[in-house]
Ligand binder design. Structure first.
Ligand code: PFF
Length: 472
């Protein structure tokens, strides 16, 4: 991920990015993944299409911008990863870094499970007719059936661990520079094709035109969690990325590029999936009531059928590109786990890789069990009493824990820390070392006042709504 030019500002010497574009590309490879392609479309479908889309975009350019600036500046200023960065301002702040670092431990196992689903689809398009994959029973049959879903998950995990263990990560990222544009081109082609399906234009309207009656506290909480997940915020990762960033480059410009790129791909993924889902299922309402983690896997194979004899090739190419996007993101997640364990144990990188692999295999297996052996367990419903999540699986629970509980808390603590303890001016002068800071006012107002108040209000509203105390 980083090239080996050493910076002089920090000791021990830290690798740094080869210029601004090195940082942008590496951050984009980490940011663009299943969050954009798999998670964003199903949330947008579930939460009323346009209403979700607009909320998401507003959050990205305000809250997301401020938080990403704060995290990267904090990293560049201290030259450290999350735990060290917070600790460098006083021992008692270490806890924020620890909480942030816990998030990738929750996300990586279920990320690997979905990575396994993608791997299975990629392989299926080589050996099975496209019609069989488009069959409504295909997805359910696969995830509920024990052996095979584990096999694909382990294959995906093996790819991730192999890349990290053999140190070929930079090679993969170089390949990714070609594959990412290919993914975009392919997604545009599929989107255009999907829009020709009968009924797809109603789906386009559902996706793009906000229906303000669909607004709810839950929608905003979901959009906020998605923003953290997709931009890799509130989990310490952007702090680490910032620490590799040269003191000479323009941080703000890079942050805006990453946001634009990441959000553009998410919007495109929605365009590819939501109109087609509405075309297949009849109405936005039906899509909203059934949309979940399986949306991409159910809808796209149906779209691919329309390509006739080329369906298998299109299906394979598409899932191969998604596989690479998921792989690079999961590599950066796994790398994060390894460096946290390495720093904490000091027993060397090999040992850390082993510990993280064992952790990943065990926890991912437990998450997968939630779809078969443990299907009857419903933690969201029985532990949290969240009725809307009745029939949810362990994956939903892990996802909820990271995106709805942990990340908002970490984001809130980061805002309080930057806004009120070290003060925004500390990071502003860090940013200004290398460039102007055109979003300075927005940054201060967001970090100090709006973002923390927003997180508290929206979480309280959400909890009260869920508990039935208010009705939003
Ligand atoms: N942002 C990635 C996605 O949207 O798929 C997920 C992710 C990747 C989070 C890498 C964190 C990370 F380090």
């Amino acid at each position: 991920m980083a090239n080996s030019t050493e910076t002089t500002e920090t000791a021990p010497a830290r690798a740094s990015w080869s210029g601004k574009w090195g940082f942008i590309l590496a951050a984009a490879a980490s940011a663009v993944g299943l969050g954009n392609l798999w998670r964003f479309p199903y949330l947008a479908a579930k939460y009323g299409g346009g209403a979700f889309l607009i909320t998401y975009i507003v959050l990205v350019v305000t809250f997301g911008f401020a938080l990403m600036m704060a995290e990267t500046a904090l990293g560049r200023m201290t030259g450290q990863s999350a735990i060290g960065a917070f600790r460098s301002f006083g021992k008692k702040f270490t806890i924020i870094g620890i909480l942030a670092s816990a998030v990738p431990f929750i996300i990586t196992p279920y990320y690997a499970l979905i990575g396994g689903w993608v791997t299975k689809y990629m392989a299926s398009y080589i050996v099975q007719p496209a019609e069989a994959i488009a069959d409504g029973e295909f997805f359910g049959g696969f995830i509920l059936q024990n052996a095979e879903s584990y096999l694909w998950m382990f294959i995906f995990i093996a790819c991730v661990v192999a890349v990290v263990a053999f140190g070929v990560k930079r090679g993969i990222e170089r390949v990714n520079k070609v594959l990412m544009p290919a993914l975009i081109i392919m997604a545009i082609i599929i989107s255009i094709f999907a829009l020709t399906l009968p009924g797809a234009l109603d789906g386009l309207a559902y996706y793009l035109i906000p229906d303000f009656s669909k607004f709810s506290a839950e929608l905003v909480v979901a959009a906020m969690g998605q923003m953290f997940f997709s931009l890799s915020l509130a989990m310490g990762i952007m702090i680490t990325y910032g620490s590799y960033f040269s003191k000479k480059e323009d941080l703000e410009h890079s942050v805006r590029r990453i946001e634009l790129f990441d959000t553009g791909i998410a919007i495109l993924a929605g365009l590819m999936i939501i109109p087609a889902a509405v075309a297949v299922q009849g109405s936005g309402e039906t899509v909203a009531s059934t949309a979940g983690p399986g949306l991409m896997f159910g809808v796209l194979p149906q779209v691919f059928l329309g390509f006739g004899f080329a369906a298998n090739i299109i299906g394979f190419l598409f899932f191969a590109l998604v596989f690479f996007a998921a792989l690079t993101s999961c590599i950066s997640l796994f790398e994060t786990l390894v460096s946290i364990v390495d720093d904490a144990t000091n027993k060397g990188r090999k040992f850390a890789i082993m510990v993280c692999t064992v952790f990943l295999v065990i926890v991912a297996t437990i998450v997968n069990l939630g779809y078969n052996e443990l299907l009857s367990i419903d933690l969201m419903y029985s532990v949290f009493g969240i009725g809307e999540y009745q029939d949810s699986q362990l994956l939903d629970f892990f996802d909820f824990l990271s995106n709805t509980i942990m990340m908002p808390i970490v984001a809130l603590l980061t805002c309080i820390f930057v806004g009120w303890i070290i003060k925004p001016k500390t990071l502003i002068s860090e940013v200004k070392q290398s460039s102007k800071f055109t979003g300075e006012k927005l940054f201060v107002v967001m970090i100090k006042y709006i973002a923390p108040v927003f997180v508290v209000v929206i979480l309280v509203a959400y909890v009260m709504n869920t508990a039935g105390i208010i009705n939003l």
